[in-house]
Ligand binder design. Structure first.
Ligand code: COA
Length: 166
């Protein structure tokens, strides 16, 4: 059996693209765990705007030059198996509003059924970010809306480039 390291947590998502809300969860998780593994799902069913490589790079850029213990990896297959093999005892998910609860509840219980050694922990997203999602940011950016402060600067730039607005 893989050695379980209780201080490593996996933060999964599509991150298409990463937002200040996601970064808020990563920073909160870093206060509680030694290392956060950001697991970027391919998620072909969501038909992401950014390629997997682009999504990984955008997250990497957020932590470049910092000493934050963040590892960024693509994940395919079952998330709980990935977490278990990584030696992580837990998965972290952010909760923004009541509307997130039903889906997160389902996901957490299914994950528990699939791998009982991996627990899901929930962190409350900072109040400033409770209304944002990657989709709403993409929608605003696509129509020329200003998303300053909702995503890191380089992500804002990449969004403009994707939508041919530069
Ligand atoms: N701030 C801002 N936005 C947030 C947020 C936060 N703190 N937390 C979630 N969101 C948004 C995301 O931007 C995303 O928005 P979008 O739908 O507009 O893109 C939405 O909430 C939820 O996305 P995300 O957190 O990226 O999760 P997901 O639902 O895209 O990903 C996985 C779900 C990847 C965790 C899940 O599909 C998975 O585990 N896949 C692996 C395969 C597997 O094991 N399946 C069995 C699961 S039981």
């Amino acid at each position: 059996m893989t050695e379980i390291n209780e201080r490593v947590v996996v933060y999964p998502g599509t991150f298409d693209p990463i937002t200040m809300g996601h970064l808020d969860i990563i920073n909160r998780a870093l206060e509680l765990f030694d290392k956060v593994v950001v697991a970027v799902a391919r998620h072909p069913s969501k038909t992401p705007l950014f390629t997997l490589e682009e999504r990984l790079q955008m997250i990497e850029q957020c932590f470049k030059g910092t000493d934050k213990k963040v590892e960024i990896e693509a994940v395919s297959g079952l998330l709980v198996e990935y977490a278990f093999n990584k030696g992580a005892k837990s998965i972290v998910r952010g909760l923004r509003a009541v509307s997130d609860f039903e889906y997160e509840f389902q996901l957490a219980l299914m994950n528990r059924r699939l791998q009982r050694h991996v627990e899901t922990v929930f962190l409350m997203t900072g109040f400033r970010w409770i209304y944002i999602s990657s989709s709403i940011i993409k929608d605003a950016a696509q129509h020329g809306g200003d998303v300053t402060g909702l995503v890191p600067e380089h992500v804002q730039h990449n969004l403009k480039e994707k939508y041919g607005l530069t």
